[in-house]
Every structure is written in structure tokens, then in C-alpha cells.
Design a binder for this molecule. Structure first.
Ligand code: FE2
Ligand code: FE2
Length: 136
């Protein structure tokens, strides 16, 4: 299948543990897309979405701990953005439960979610924390 999130260095934010987690997020999204592409039962699709949601919640928690630990000034805005991103996923999961979404629809959604929102704020936060860590 062609429609997957292809990891590229453009996604790197410069903080290794966060980059590793983002890579894993791309893999979990691709797993969802693969299940959709193969027309697997809906339960499998929803379970893959739950797996992704669990991972994303954990990942956002890791970022929030780092931001707090290193006094990132835009902590509140960033945390609020995480809440919106989680809600977007929960809404999409409900939509997936109600109707069959094409793999194209899902790809567009996840591509936007992953490449757009998810990294715009992280690209500000990660360099700030890297500098703080290197000055310890
Ligand atoms: Fe983030
Ligand atoms: Fe992130």
C-alpha cells in the first residue's frame, strides 16, 4: 500500500527520546492504515486506534513532565494543544465506529494530525529543553 506516513528527518525535533516516540507513533498510525486498507473487521480497526490513543496519551505525558521539569514557558498552551489532539482522535474513533471510512479519509486525517499539529508545538519545545539539558 502506498498511503502510509513515511518517516523523514523533517519530522525530527532534536530531542532523542521524543523523536523515538514520534517514530513509534508513525508506526502505530501505519498499522491503523494497514488494517483499514486490508478491510479487516471493524473491531480490529478500533483496537488499533485504542493502542494508538494509549501511546499518544503516554507520549504527551512524557512531554508534559519534561516541559514542567525544565520550566518551558509555553507549557499551558502546549498541554491544551495535547487535549485538543486527544479529542480529535477520540472523535475520529467514534466516527470509525459509526461508519466505514475509506483508507484515503483516514490517511488524510492522520497525515494532518501527525505532520501538522503534533509537531508544530514540539518543534519549539524540544530545542528549548535540549539547551536546558546541555547547560546542566
Ligand atoms: Fe507535544
Ligand atoms: Fe510530541
Amino acid at each position: 500500500m502506498s498511503q502510509t506516513i513515511d518517516w523523514s528527518d523533517e519530522y525530527l525535533v532534536g530531542l532523542e527520546e521524543i523523536d523515538v516516540q514520534h517514530k513509534r507513533m508513525a508506526e502505530l498510525i501505519n498499522n491503523i492504515l494497514k488494517i483499514s486498507y486490508k478491510h479487516r473487521p471493524k473491531e480490529e480497526l478500533l483496537e488499533s486506534m485504542d493502542m494508538f490513543l494509549r501511546y499518544v496519551k503516554w507520549h504527551f505525558g512524557c512531554e508534559e513532565i519534561l516541559m514542567k521539569a525544565y520550566d518551558f514557558p509555553d507549557y499551558t498552551e502546549h498541554r491544551d494543544e495535547h487535549v485538543v489532539l486527544i479529542n480529535d482522535l477520540i472523535n475520529k474513533k467514534h466516527e470509525m465506529d459509526k461508519k466505514i471510512l475509506s483508507v484515503n479519509d483516514l490517511y488524510s486525517f492522520f497525515f494532518g494530525w501527525f505532520g501538522g499539529h503534533a509537531f508544530s508545538a514540539d518543534k519549539d519545545m524540544a530545542p528549548f529543553i535540549s539547551i536546558r539539558i546541555s547547560n546542566l
